[in-house]
Design a protein around this ligand. Sequence first.
Ligand SMILES: [Zn+2]
Ligand SMILES: [Zn+2]
Ligand SMILES: [Zn+2]
Length: 182
Amino acid sequence: MKTCPNHPDKKAEYVCYGCGKYYCKLCLTEEGDYYYCNEPACRELLYAAKHKQLLLPSEVICPNCQSNLKLEDDERESGKIHCPECESFIDFTVVPPVVKNRKEYTQLFSSLNQGDIGIVRSILDDGEIDYYVFGENFLSVDPLIQPAKFFILNEQIDEVKGLLKDFDFKIFGASARRDETD
Ligand SMILES: [Zn+2]
Ligand SMILES: [Zn+2]
Ligand SMILES: [Zn+2]
């Protein structure tokens, strides 16, 4: 058993949920089922936990393929992650996280327009739609800007088309945006 990095006379028996480092209990704050250390990023997670906001650590392990996934702010807040390694969707809003079968979801549209992306997210959230959005977040992997791709649970596609019928998509139903003129 290692000793606490801050207290050489104490055992590092507890793990911080945010950074995965071990500390003694004096160094950690307990909230819900987890402990949080005093690192700024981990304090941020503690704050979110206290206020019942979902906020994932900036890196998580894919429960399906064990890849290390770096998350963007949107994913940390939504808890719905796409793993580019094993091509699965993972729902981190439940404990333990659930790996979804990607075949149950269909890409309904994509967009490069941040305004559209935000509006569609809020419409889908309000409609309690089961969806994943990804593409915009992998700029470090791919130097080209990727459109955000929205994948909708198959059973909810008709419902989503109804919810969005009044929204003026330039790209509705298309898998890639070709018309860049506004
Ligand atoms: Zn920590
Ligand atoms: Zn300590
Ligand atoms: Zn994976």
